[in-house]
Design a protein around this ligand. Sequence first.
Ligand SMILES: Cc1cc2nc3c(=O)[nH]c(=O)nc-3n(C[C@H](O)[C@H](O)[C@H](O)COP(=O)(O)OP(=O)(O)OC[C@H]3O[C@@H](n4cnc5c(N)ncnc54)[C@H](O)[C@@H]3O)c2cc1C
Length: 203
Amino acid sequence: MCPGGIIAPASTAPGEVVVNGWSPSKRNNPFANSGMVVSVEQEDMKAFAAHGPLAAMEFQSAVERACFDAGGGRLVAPAQRMVDFCEGKFSKSINSTSYLPGVKSSDLKDVLPTSILKPLQKGLIEFGKKMKGYYSNEAMLVATESRTSSPVRIPRDKETCMHPQIKGLFPCAEGAGYAGGIISAAMDGERCAEASVRYLENL
Ligand SMILES: Cc1cc2nc3c(=O)[nH]c(=O)nc-3n(C[C@H](O)[C@H](O)[C@H](O)COP(=O)(O)OP(=O)(O)OC[C@H]3O[C@@H](n4cnc5c(N)ncnc54)[C@H](O)[C@@H]3O)c2cc1C
């Protein structure tokens, strides 16, 4: 959750829309934003099986391209009001957001795979039951933060944290597929640093 935060463009290639969120230290922006994470399982990627170990990358890329197309270009992101999203209604009007390239009212069911759409709808309704005022059409959903963790994993031994073929290489944290987010990346970094010290001591 980023109080006083900003939704920022985070695409890395033409033809895709990816967003992320952050807060300036003064937390003085009129908006707040938070990313909602949905687990993606191997079986959700059946349609991309032909891409082998890169199936998850292609799955992610397909969602990012769908967001770009729905926004209509220039990094405009598709967006929908929260209650409309959960009830499957098109938002006739939308609120302004902190996302500077702009947002376009879109039916996010045409952008997100069902395996992401359904748990997101269910989760938002559940949050609303626990936090007064959370479930509201004032809240805008902006699609999509698709890079919370790496879609590929570099192999490593469970005990030594070392690559099975390359001695002295410790695939670590988010880019290597062992973390998603600040805390899990920091914890994995600590684990790998300790493992590499043990390796060096035993040389
Ligand atoms: C805008 C934004 C907002 C985010 N908000 C949150 C949040 O609210 N909460 C949360 O939990 N996570 C958030 N994240 C994710 C979080 O930043 C990452 O999960 C975390 O930084 C991953 O840590 P890491 O050490 O695996 O990788 P990184 O922090 O990316 O570190 C990798 C380092 O490797 C360096 N590097 C790359 N290539 C080379 C090379 N060839 N040689 C030498 N060095 C190299 C890079 O310069 C970098 O310093 C956010 C990310 C972004 C971009």
